[in-house]
Write a protein that binds this ligand. Structure first.
Ligand code: SAM
Length: 209
């Protein structure tokens, strides 16, 4: 049972059946007062994560999927995946993100694991324990494109069969999508979200099974 204050409901987004805390939520504010300030854009829940949920609602993962959510941020995608029955690990390079991830797990009453690591450091031996790689809003700097491409390449050569990367359509994402189309027959789907707000997102999909 969550101990998160119900009076804070107005600071919770409920979309796709998963709860996301807003930055104004009292428990988020408490973390900030304790100096836990994310510094690599993990300062809120980013809406691209809903594009992966939207797609997987129509094309569900296999039962018992093990998913690595890279650049997981506050963990709303991870919580949604856990609610679908997946075994989920969220990885993020920001040392403060684990506390926000734990809040999201608590408010959604799900079990999911957090690992403090970075795209560059996730080795093939770890990737071989997953069958799905997911990431939302992670390709936001030009220098991240080769890093994420290389992560996808390592994942696919170590037994991961499905990759989903969602984005609002930034240039580094399109560059990643072009490279993945060439190398792994990746495709890009346009996802028109109606919740939590109307917006267009783009989803790189690689199915290697
Ligand atoms: C824009 S936020 C998106 C967070 C989350 N996926 C979402 O949709 O709400 C980008 C996240 O990627 C993480 N990140 C940035 N560079 C990273 C790296 N090299 N390795 C792992 N995580 C990284 C940040 O700490 C941040 O949480």
């Amino acid at each position: 049972m969550s101990r998160i204050r119900q009076s804070q409901d107005k600071h919770i987004i409920d979309a796709y059946g998963v709860k996301a805390l807003k930055a104004a939520h009292a428990d988020v504010q408490k973390l900030k007062r304790r100096g836990k300030l994310p510094t690599i854009h993990g300062n809120k829940v980013w809406a691209s994560c809903y594009a992966i949920m939207d797609y997987l609602q129509s094309y569900p993962l296999a039962e018992n999927s093990r998913v690595l959510d890279v650049g997981c941020g506050w963990g709303v995608l991870a919580a949604w995946l856990a609610k679908q029955g997946a075994d989920v690990v969220g990885v993020d390079a920001d040392r403060h993100i684990g506390d926000y991830f734990a809040l999201t797990a608590e408010i959604n009453d799900v079990e999911m694991q957090f690992e403090h690591s970075s795209f560059e450091k996730i080795m093939g031996s770890e990737l071989s324990t997953f069958n799905v790689l997911a990431g939302s809003d992670i390709c936001f700097w030009d220098e991240l494109t080769p890093v994420i491409f290389s992560l996808i390449e390592r994942a696919l050569s170590n037994g991961v069969t499905r990759v989903y990367i969602a984005d609002p359509g930034r240039p580094p994402f399109w560059s990643l999508a072009d490279q993945c189309a060439e190398a792994f027959y990746g495709t890009v789907e346009t996802i028109e979200l109606t919740e939590p707000r109307k917006s267009s997102k783009y989803l790189l999909v690689i199915h290697d099974d």
